[in-house]
Design a binder for this molecule. Structure first.
Ligand code: PMP
Length: 351
């Protein structure tokens, strides 16, 4: 069988472990530990008795209206809905980066971008963060074949944020579009939506998987100037969001009070998690997301991950070649975090 040559050299993106529900305290893929807003559950029930024999609205208009409203955007034409923000990222890479061209990402960050470049037969350039997760000036340098720059903001795994003013300068210095992947931005104090209005080359992606508690549903979206949305609409799947997801995501956008309340609770727990890890001797990066990145002077990160897993607690052990390793721990409920901290303490006591 003849696959495209690009596939031979490709490494698939491997997401975090997803065991069957119930067995583990799951702190490994930055999901919301709380179930989604009640209005979402009602909307799903209502949609399930709707006309499922019919195709959904290809443009997810009800969702786009609700999202534009919630985010203070001029109208739905500033939004493109997708099957998770991963699909939106796929559309962006497909739309801007072809064979022989390249995209840029910071390192360590979201490795999926590399896979998306590989699929296109394109190349990728990783620019390492410097000085505690700052972007070096070279991240903003233009190059002939560079067609897209992607920046998770807040970044994963660090949870650090590049302030909008600096993002704006970065966008000005680049010739190509700059994607700000705001998957975790609801847990931060600032975002880059205003920049989208000022600069057609700033493209923001968002997801409902994290702050809205809807990872199981698959819904994400792009915020960009209307002519950019119109152009990218040409390459999306015809019916990329299903009727039930559209109804649920629309209800989620109408649940801004729920969102604010849950984010506030999780951010308090995040601070406690960070403080207690620091007390145990961990180096904890100050986080603006719903997870923390930490390293311990013992270097026993993999052993801690394995010990926790044996205790039915899943965190993410991450190893970045030429960089180092560490643990990324998602912010769960207070009880979940207490259980995790207790077992980490127990592990460290044995050393
Ligand atoms: N961007 C970043 C930085 C992420 O960590 C994730 C979650 N793995 C995503 C995008 C994708 O989120 P989703 O496809 O669930 O919307």
């Amino acid at each position: 069988m003849q696959f495209r040559p690009a596939l031979a050299a490709m490494k698939p993106y491997t997401p975090g472990e997803q065991p069957p529900p119930g067995k583990f305290i799951k702190l490994n893929t930055n999901e919301n530990p709380f179930p989604p807003p009640p209005a979402v559950v009602s909307a799903i029930t209502a949609a399930a008795s709707g006309p499922l024999n019919r195709y959904p609205d290809p443009m997810a208009t009800s969702f786009r209206r609700a999202a534009a409203d919630a985010l203070g955007l001029p109208g739905p034409e500033w939004i493109l809905a997708g099957n998770g923000s991963d699909e939106i990222l796929t559309i962006l890479v497909r739309g801007f980066v072809g064979e022989g061209q390249s995209l840029r990402l910071p390192y360590p960050s979201y490795i999926l971008y590399r896979t998306l470049a590989d699929i296109q037969g394109a190349s990728w350039e990783q620019v390492p963060f410097i000085d505690n997760w700052q972007l070096p000036a070279s991240f903003g340098e233009s190059r002939e074949d560079l067609r897209l720059v992607l920046l998770p903001n807040p970044n994963s795994p660090s949870g650090t944020i590049v302030p909008p003013q600096q993002v704006s300068e970065l966008a000005d210095s680049l010739d190509c579009p700059l994607v700000i992947d705001e998957a975790y931005v609801d847990f931060a104090e600032e975002n880059c939506l205003e920049l989208v209005k000022q600069n057609e080359r700033v493209l923001v992606t968002r997801t409902l998987s994290k702050s809205y508690g809807l990872a199981g549903l698959r819904f994400g979206f792009l915020v960009a100037q209307p002519h950019v949305v119109a152009e990218l609409t040409k390459i999306k799947d015809s019916y990329n969001c299903d009727m039930i997801s559209i109804a649920a995501a629309t209800a989620a956008m109408h649940s801004q009070d729920w969102l604010a309340e849950k984010v506030a609770v999780l951010n308090v727990t995040r601070q406690r998690l960070a403080d207690e890890l620091a007390e145990m001797g961990f180096d904890v990066v100050p986080s603006h997301a719903n997870f923390v990145w930490c390293t311990h002077p013992s270097g026993q990160h993999k052993a801690i991950y394995e010990f926790l897993k044996r205790s039915q607690i899943l965190v993410r052990y991450m190893e970045f070649p030429d960089w180092g390793d560490g643990l990324r721990i998602s912010v769960g409920t207070d009880e979940q975090i207490d259980a995790c901290l207790l077992m980490i303490r127990r592990f460290l006591d044995q050393l």
